[in-house]
Design a protein around this ligand. Structure first.
Ligand code: FMN
Length: 209
């Protein structure tokens, strides 16, 4: 089969690409909405874009041409939290994608407890095994549908006790979930360990502090 990209509608392209770029991790983002309400939604077009300083990036699309609450809140306040959910939280992750008016808090609707931020005003989810407090860095628009790639700098990593050893996450213990096409998710399969390949140590560029 061969598909010419320009023959596809935005909806068809989305369906195809979200089945091709798999599995995707899920950034479960909390932001501050109007009146200090805590907004929560999942986003799987997500990766990290720098390690020093640590920076993550997430692609936020639009609803009928308008920015989603998460995008608006990040631009209004300049900070957000990327929470990482585990298998036990999958129903809540999925339900938090439901569209609600900006003044409705998905955290309240789902009965999720939050913890005040340490470096930013946005709270994190108490139930999440990992949360990253982020300061907004930049936003870059892509394509014709108004999608925007938001980048944030991680200021603090909150990691549940027992999940990290020697600076590494115990992935099996984390029990992460990922999104595949449509309303479909997957959990971790067997972990296959290969011989480590020597990598040049990471370093900062000349001229950087
Ligand atoms: C698992 C999952 C992943 C999602 N990933 C994205 C994404 O990467 N980008 C996006 O714009 N919407 C994504 N969505 C849809 C948003 O979660 C949805 O539009 C939500 O209502 C946005 O909420 P907000 O208006 O409170 O920001 C995803 C939905 C689910 C269930």
């Amino acid at each position: 089969m061969r598909i010419a990209a320009q023959e596809l509608t935005p909806e068809q392209t989305y369906k195809l690409m979200s089945g091709i770029v798999v599995p995707r991790p899920i950034a479960w983002i909390s932001t501050l909405g109007p009146g200090g309400k805590v907004n929560l939604a999942p986003f799987s077009c997500y990766t990290f874009v720098s390690n020093t300083p640590p920076m993550i990036g997430v692609n936020l699309g639009r609803k009928a041409g308008q920015r989603k609450d998460t995008a608006r809140n990040i631009l209004d306040h300049g900070h957000f939290v990327v929470n990482v959910g585990d298998e036990t939280l999958l129903d809540a992750i999925h339900a938090s994608a439901e569209e609600h008016p900006p003044e409705v808090s998905e955290v309240e609707l789902l009965g999720l407890e939050v913890i005040p931020g340490e470096r930013i005003a946005t709270p994190r989810l108490a139930a999440a095994p990992i949360s990253m407090e982020c300061r907004f860095h930049s936003v870059t628009p892509y394509g014709d549908t108004g999608a925007e790639f938001f980048v944030g700098e991680v200021l603090v990593f909150h990691i549940r006790d027992g999940l990290a050893r020697d600076g590494k996450i115990d992935t099996e213990r984390l029990r992460p979930v990922c999104r595949i096409g449509g309303p479909n998710y997957a959990s971790l399969g067997p972990i296959v360990t290969k011989q480590a390949i020597r990598q040049t140590p990471k370093s900062v560029m000349p001229g950087k502090p």
